[in-house]
Design a protein around this ligand. Structure first.
Ligand SMILES: [Zn+2]
Length: 85
């Protein structure tokens, strides 16, 4: 495996749909967003769906409990060396 944390288009698209249908966890949102950050076509997919519904924003804006947030951030850092939160 490499250090690329990109979950891939198929996985991202799958979760974009779920993300629109119902709330994802913050970590799942982070995965999808991380992929979209480097993938224009998925970015457009999210932007399109985002315009159609505000559920995406609600799901990702909803703050997780502090301890959960911290443990997610730490695990992301440990796995990927990415501090983008
Ligand atoms: Zn993609």
């Amino acid at each position: 495996m490499d250090t690329n944390r990109d979950c891939g288009c198929d996985s991202a698209r799958e979760r974009i749909d779920i993300l629109i249908d119902r709330e994802l966890t913050e970590m799942e949102c982070a995965d999808v967003r991380a992929h979209c950050a480097s993938c224009e076509s998925c970015q457009e997919e999210v932007a399109l769906l985002e315009r159609l519904t505000d559920k995406f924003r609600q799901a990702c804006a909803e703050p997780a409990p502090d301890n959960l947030r911290i443990s997610i951030l730490n695990s992301l850092k440990n796995q990927n060396g990415i501090v983008d939160a």
